[in-house]
Design a protein around this ligand. Structure first.
Ligand code: CO8
Length: 258
């Protein structure tokens, strides 16, 4: 397992766990940390032992956002030359399911990272916010775009303009969070859910993610053409043969991800 400075990784059965590990700074995200998160995700994405990636945070918060100390002295040209968001742009390209289990504070860049997850579980009492406006800036890693697509313009602009804290149940009502669980059960429930997805045929899971992501950006007709190609593609997998054969033979299928 690679040694990282700002995250910890482990494999629990078929779940690749990435734990943000900068708890004294409330897991605020510096550039190297985002690089490590991406590297770990890409490595799990290529690892045959891993079927699902689970993202969690150590300590009292999932993440209080980008590292303000690192950003305070930045100027426009240095951010452009750093290509500040190059790593961020690759996170949504991960093919395997990414489940986020968040707690405490999910602010700014931390909220943007959570919005990159395919499924989001939150501990009861988790607070979310885009406080960038109070620092004289705005989200830069997809926050204005993803939040608006998820909750619609009215609430998005209100939350982004005020920077106010949003409770987990409010976000659940708007379809951003899948489940709210008690803080003590968050990890257990996240692993249980991840295991459920890991038990499904991996190629079907992969193609569903690919198709659902297209639904966000494509017009309906183009999206449906894309879906159809993925549907046909799955008929060249061994798992499709196995799944349907097992149904006919009235037994449990054994999926290999081939
Ligand atoms: N950056 C750097 N350090 C932080 C951050 C942060 N975002 N958040 C907390 N810390 C540090 C604090 O400075 C403090 O350090 P120290 O102990 O050395 O003084 C330690 O973490 C603990 O924090 P607090 O004492 O403040 O803890 P509280 O429980 O009292 O408060 C809060 C928790 C409310 C979350 C508070 O810490 C806070 O408001 N933090 C800042 C939140 C914020 O504004 N986040 C947005 C940052 S901007 C952003 O995310 C832009 C995204 C752009 C794209 C991403 C590019 C990477």
């Amino acid at each position: 397992m690679t040694a990282y400075k700002f995250i910890e990784t482990s494999v629990d059965q078929q779940i690749g766990v990435i734990e943000l590990n900068r708890p004294k700074q409330l897991n605020s995200l510096n550039r190297n940390m985002v690089g490590e998160i991406l590297e770990a995700m890409q490595s799990f994405d290529r690892n045959d032992e891993v079927r699902v990636i689970l993202l969690v945070g150590k300590g009292k918060a999932f993440s209080a956002g980008a590292d303000i100390d690192e950003m305070a002295e930045a100027d426009s040209m240095s951010l452009e030359l750093l290509n500040q968001f190059a790593d961020w742009d690759q996170i949504p390209l991960i093919k395997k399911p990414v489940i986020g289990a968040v707690h405490g504070f999910v602010f700014g860049g931390g909220f943007e990272l959570a919005l990159c997850c395919d499924v989001l579980l939150a501990a009861d009492g988790t607070e979310f916010s885009f406080p960038e406006v109070t620092l004289g800036v705005m989200p830069g890693a997809g926050g204005t775009q993803r939040l608006t697509k998820l909750v619609g313009r009215a609430k998005a602009i209100e939350w982004l303009w005020t920077g106010e804290r949003i409770q987990a149940n409010e976000l659940q009502k708007h379809g951003v969070i899948n489940r709210i669980v008690s803080p003590e059960l968050l990890r257990e429930e996240a692993l249980r859910f991840s295991n459920k997805i890991a038990s499904m045929p991996p190629l079907a899971i992969r193609m569903i993610k690919d198709s659902v992501n297209k639904a966000v950006d494509y017009p309906l007709y183009e999206g449906m053409q894309y879906e159809r190609k993925n549907f046909y593609l799955l008929f060249s997998s061994e798992d499709q043969k196995e799944g349907m054969k097992a149904f006919v033979e009235k037994r449990k299928p054994v999926y290999k991800g081939k």
